[in-house]
Design a protein around this ligand. Sequence first.
Ligand code: 5AD
Ligand code: FES
Length: 348
Amino acid sequence: MDSVKDIVEKLIMTGELTAEEYVFLLKNHEQSEVRERLTKEAVRLREQYYGKKVYTRGLIEFTNYCKNNCYYCGIRRGNPHAKRYRLTKEEILECCDQGYALGFRTFVLQGGEDPYYTDARMADVIRLIKEKYPDCALTLSIGEKSYESYKLFREAGADRYLLRHETADEEHYKKLHPQEMSLSVRKQCLYDLKALGYQVGAGFMVGSPGQTYETIAQDLIFLKALEPQMVGIGPFIPHHETPFADMPAGSVELTLFLLSVIRILLPKVLLPATTALGTIDPKGREKGLAAGANVVMPNLSPVKNRKQYDLYDNKICTGEEAAECRGCLKRRVASAGYILVGDRGDAV
Ligand code: 5AD
Ligand code: FES
């Protein structure tokens, strides 16, 4: 095996590595020379394609009902203490109205897999938003559906879809999810979404229970092959009412390192500095931008419901003080030396 320096240069030159090389690189991710070289290259690439622009997406968490029981997630159906809510279509539209006035040109409808929101109801909401705001991009993040459902949403006007693959390793997937879920279905959903012409986002948690450098290597190989337009990664953070309550949180440093690696694998990718990153480190999102991220997703959900979209403990942007999350993020982005822009922010 080459030295870690050679592997870093290979990654920069070719934009990919073998599984063994990724593992070797990850084992050395704490070395300052390795980190600095990769961060520098990630920032150079981000600036080459996107300049100083950071895109913003208005996140509307419209339901926390979920029929799934993922072991890591606070709104899993098996959590009887989760206070459930769902927004009506009128409330969703009000969020868009407020968001539009604040300058958002992308809305992300995110929710649990809520049976109330049937395909017909979803398609109705999608149409209403796109009729009212034809100049805006609409992103869905509502989990696993059939090809037919994705097709219906696409025809109704949805442009993008976020569905993290969570882990590309079969065994690891089983440690994070109950029997009824499978990695092959997850992957099929992502391929279906691509085939239907969505801009697709995949991704995973950093430090989820059972994750190893080997599984992360599989994630990176999967991402390179899928070529999604967006990749969402953030640290795992335990939720006290889940089976993973006592597991340790993921590492900020490894998350930042992986943001840089992903920027190098997929130079034009839209890469958010996530809320989870901002939750485990007060400067996490600013650090994410400095590592190669170029998207932030302020919360547009009604303040009265924000605490209820409780995926993990101590989630930020949920209090009264966060009512104007966009203003807060705008200042944060500026402080990191970037410019928050309001346009749709399609992948270049
Ligand atoms: N910690 C961090 N991220 C989480 N997610 C769900 N639960 C947690 C948690 N405990 C992430 C998953 C999911 C996305 C919406 O939020 O990766 O895809
Ligand atoms: Fe959401 Fe500061 S970024 S409140």
